[in-house]
Design a protein around this ligand. Sequence first.
Ligand SMILES: O=C(CO)COP(=O)(O)O
Length: 265
Amino acid sequence: MRKPILIANWKMNGSLHSNQALLVRMLSKLRPFRKTMDMAICPPFPYLFQVRDLLGYTGIALGAQNTSRASSGAHTGEVSATMLQEMGCRYVLVGHSERRALYHESDRDVAARFRLVCSANMAPVLCVGETLEEREQGQTMAVIERQLRAVIGETGMAGLVGSIIAYEPVWAIGTGRTATPERVSETHRAIRQFLESCQAGVGESIRIVYGGSVKAGNAADLFQSPEVDGGLIGGASLQADEFSAIGAALANTVTEADSECDTLD
Ligand SMILES: O=C(CO)COP(=O)(O)O
């Protein structure tokens, strides 16, 4: 069984003061879901230390929003994967569509970052997804397969094991528009089938989460498909009540039998 995971991507938001207030409120609300799912918070780099301290022993993991494609050296302004690992990060987002579009990260750049995150013993969260234009041209899976192949070319299928894929249709990010639950489910299934065709077992075991305008009001519908293993949440992760309601919706998808297995673990 794939354990659900809920990831907060704060993007370039927050302050020392607001992070503290948000987390104090959020952590108590997320506490009941700790056994049922994995959770992670990805703040901007300068707040990693603060958030790590506030997360303490809650069982909620720390994540980063990106890393350098170089491992060390003369790369002013960059942050390496080993530094993030040293700071206590367990997850690192790679290939977010905002990085691809606004900072011109190519598939090869993303693949290099992915490899470095794996080498530093963290789990990459590989963001994939199509633009509206690509979707309208029926290119969704061609785009996603190209994005996946770049990573497979860099690490082989071994790199995918233990990583997470986030399906984030670009047109759904921060727009209030979500893909329909059916469409999300179909795309996640197609991603699994593609990975299974590359190596049996990988597609079925990998966690695929959905991101793009997930809110408390649509989370239950989006998470109802067994193909959807959780969410990567942007705007709604900046509001404690909204984010914890999304957590509750995800927790509700875990059957009693599953949670008994978890308790036995
Ligand atoms: O980009 C996202 C998460 O990485 C999604 O952002 P929103 O939830 O704000 O649409």
